[in-house]
Design a protein around this ligand. Structure first.
Ligand code: F0G
Length: 469
């Protein structure tokens, strides 16, 4: 059987609004050509993110009704703790309101000296945290604490057209050389992001995780996994890595996390929840320190930043994500969009990843230089022409400036079409591909954009742009 169908049916619908191109032109102007600043109501197909945008199942909604909102010792927490321990296997689970809160607690703790009164004194300067590619909030949390976030993805992972089964892998030789150069004592933790969002939603192999863990162990460097899309990663391992074809998703997850000392997790992705996350840690001392930060900023240890009903939705979602028929549909429906774009000569990162299609805007719009942000220009065009919202993952998000203020562009200029889980049907996706075909016809007329206002951190969320003349 070749056709991949959705392994669910629709029980509730949410209407979407259609706008005219003239209306969208005005909306774009008002939003300063930043897709984050467009009111969601004015978007026809929202591919801005797969985060917190999943359709919850009937069982999740039912669990929400069963949420226990007790301040301490809520039964919803124990349910949440039970399933997270079953999948991830770590000793301590700390609930937080979303992934970046787990990152903030982890990095504030490990990049600080703690005085005799338990106060945290920042000691991030001169410290380095390697990963395959850090996500933007992870990078920001590391840099906000004075340390340096370092990307060590394999070379193949930096070239959109190069095919590799595990393009999210970390370059093991580079990691060894990096530890030698900087010294293990200056690397308080090593991370790996599964799947590698910044690098195209590309998976990391079990072998790579095992090797990183071995090197970290030899150098006494704790190893953490950014686990947002762990189940999608596990499915790729199952279908692409020898020896895993007959293992269950749960078995693969158990093995993946057995190599690590902890993880950060945003439940807004592979837990089908609209909010939530957790920090998982084996080390008892780190757990105590993390809890101190948790209680000051998130909440008591059995709810963190979450309500009981959120923990119920997450617990049920984590159970559902292990379903292989869902993961099969998920990975192949993403591929479906990728193949449609490729068939129409739209360059994308290949092979297609788990949660999104990444269009190679540098290649698609070669007449727009990185200084005029081709990815941003394309995401503006997608909205203008089709009411589709996407996000730039390129120099707006990741460019640096040298000491003379000259822009050092990002490795790639991408536009991400993130696919919310269980939300859009095949005809929505066909529409997206059609809009691309239309844009393709007049792509030479698309103009670049310039930044007219930007904040110091995470500028892509709020920066204001104007079209270049
Ligand atoms: N790590 C990765 C790999 C992520 O993709 C994200 C969020 C986070 C950490 C932070 O989690 O949003 O719950 O605080 N990614 C979203 C995205 C925002 O659109 O890719 P959060």
């Amino acid at each position: 059987m070749k056709t991949i169908i959705e392994p669910f049916r629709i029980k509730t619908v949410e209407y979407v609004k259609t706008t005219t191109q003239e209306e969208r032109e005005e909306i774009l102007k008002k939003a300063y050509y930043n897709t984050f600043l467009i009111p969601a109501e004015d978007v026809l197909i929202d591919l801005l993110t797969d985060s917190g945008t999943s359709a919850m199942s009937a069982k999740q909604w039912a669990a929400v009704m069963d949420g226990d909102e007790s301040y301490a010792g809520s039964k919803s927490y124990f349910k949440f703790e039970k399933i997270t321990k079953k999948i991830f296997g770590f000793k301590h689970i700390i609930p937080v309101h979303q992934g970046r809160a787990a990152e903030r607690i982890l990095f504030t703790m490990i990049l600080s000296d703690i005085d005799s009164d338990g106060r945290f004194i920042n000691a991030g300067k001169g410290k380095f945290i390697p990963s395959n590619n850090h996500f933007d909030t992870t990078r920001a949390n590391i840099e906000f604490n004075g340390a340096e976030a370092v990307d060590l993805v394999i070379e193949e992972g930096k070239h959109p057209e190069v095919i590799h089964p595990f393009k999210g892998n970390m370059d093991i030789e580079k990691l060894k050389a990096f530890i030698k150069e900087k010294g293990a004592k200056n690397i308080p933790v090593c991370m790996i992001t599964v799947t590698n969002n910044t690098g195209g939603g590309q998976p990391v192999s079990m072998e790579n995780i095992r090797m990183i863990s071995k090197i970290c162990n030899e150098n006494k460097i704790p190893f953490f996994i950014d686990a947002c899309r762990f189940a999608e990663n596990a499915y790729f391992i199952k279908i692409r890595e020898k020896g895993y074809e007959n293992k269950s998703i749960l078995e693969i997850c158990n093995e993946m996390f057995s190599y690590a000392d902890g993880c950060t997790m945003s439940a807004k992705k592979d837990a089908f929840a609209n909010i939530g996350g957790f920090l998982a840690i084996n080390n008892d001392e780190w757990y105590v320190n993390s809890k101190n930060l948790l209680i000051i900023t998130e909440g008591y240890e059995t709810y963190g930043g979450l309500s009981g009903r959120d923990m119920e939705a997450i617990a049920q979602g984590l159970d559902e994500i292990l379903d292989e028929s869902y993961l099969h549909y998920r990975i192949y429906s993403t591929k479906y969009l990728g193949e449609k774009l490729l068939a129409n000569n739209i360059p994308i990162i290949q092979p297609t990843g788990g949660h999104a299609i990444y269009v190679d805007a540098k290649n698609f719009l070669p007449h727009i230089p990185p200084e005029q942000f081709p990815g941003q220009a394309l995401s503006v065009e997608l909205y203008r022409y089709g009411g589709i919202r996407a996000v730039e993952i390129g120099s707006v998000m990741f460019a640096r400036y040298d000491k003379d203020g000259k822009m050092i562009p990002a490795d790639m200029e991408l536009v991400r079409l993130a696919i919310p889980r269980r939300v859009y049907t095949q005809s929505h996706i066909d529409y997206v591909a059609e809009i691309f075909c239309e844009i393709n016809k007049n792509k030479n007329k698309i103009k670049g954009v310039k930044i007219i206002e930007e904040p110091k951190f995470l500028r892509h969320f709020t920066a204001k742009f104007a079209p270049v003349d």
